[in-house]
Write a protein that binds this ligand. Sequence first.
Ligand code: NAD
Length: 330
Amino acid sequence: MTEVGDLPAIGIGVVGCGDWGRNHIRTLAGMGRLAWLYDPDPARLAAAAQLAPGVRQGRALDELLDNGVAGVVIASPAVTHRHLAEQIMGYGCDVLVEKPLALSVAEARTIARLAADLGRVLMVGHVLEYHPGLLRAFTLVAEGAIGEPRYAYSNRLNFGKVRTEESILWSFAPHDIALMLRLGGRLPVTVSAESAALLRAGMPDVTVTHLDFPGRLRAHIFVSWLHPFKEQRFVVVGSEGTITFDGVGGDLVLHRQSVAFEGGVATLAAAPAEKVPFATGSALGNELTDFIECIVTRRRPVADAASGIEVLRVIEACATNSGPTILTAD
Ligand SMILES: NC(=O)c1ccc[n+]([C@@H]2O[C@H](COP(=O)([O-])OP(=O)(O)OC[C@H]3O[C@@H](n4cnc5c(N)ncnc54)[C@H](O)[C@@H]3O)[C@@H](O)[C@H]2O)c1
């Protein structure tokens, strides 16, 4: 992966300086690339500015016109993403829009069309697609370390942050769906979800999504913001072993145990679990480096607009909750 120090010193702005925006601010400041901050809430803006003393604070978005900011991270609530992305691209900047790209496939496609028409970079904040541990897990799968992937699951469980404008599916699951689409290499053939709305009618707090990919790969994703403890686990079970990634502890482990059937009897062959080292560096740092490199080189980001739209296609199909939905290629 490219080092940010090898790239020209272009300036990046952050719009939306809340909980997650502050992580972008810290990371960009650490890279020496933070140029401009904007939040309509003066208290949020002032608190964010303390993380990066001396960085310009915007009073209005149109200050982005011709002011030397090349790209903007949009880390505001999802309901504002479309409008802000359109406005900021119109001011001449490339954009990294936090997940979910929008709150419908139609909206996401509108943003993507505008980016294509204006020739802007449009990237989505699927940060786990840049996690060194998960990148190593995908390399192990591609190298055949576990044989043929047959089953995968991802758990993203925590207590909070309960959002008012979107359900758990839109808030937590985009990351896991992006990982599953990368593992499967294409859209699943069918998707379905069971959900429970425990706090507010029609607004699920817990969901289990099932994905059936062409061939033998099946997967499920379990997300909840009412879970008493934090768990982030990505597991791929293959024909010759299993890979587990613990997103909280940070361990990537290769398990080479297997099962053989002899005369109808299952024989388990145990093997010691093997902890797999992976590159250092933060997922967010890698994501922002990709954004900066795309701005400079005009190539497509790893987490591009198409990936943002495919993730929303899965979510939208699941959100209808009307039984398995068949997805067709665009
Ligand atoms: N990639 C990840 O892992 C990750 C993690 C958490 C959140 N997120 C995403 O980041 C986004 C923000 O989440 P958060 O938890 O920081 O929310 P938050 O509510 O803590 O912060 C949102 C900020 O946006 C500001 N804002 C509201 N309307 C705005 C507008 N029109 N223009 C500019 N700023 C505006 C608010 O004042 C607030 O400071 C969401 O899309 C969320 O899904 C991504």
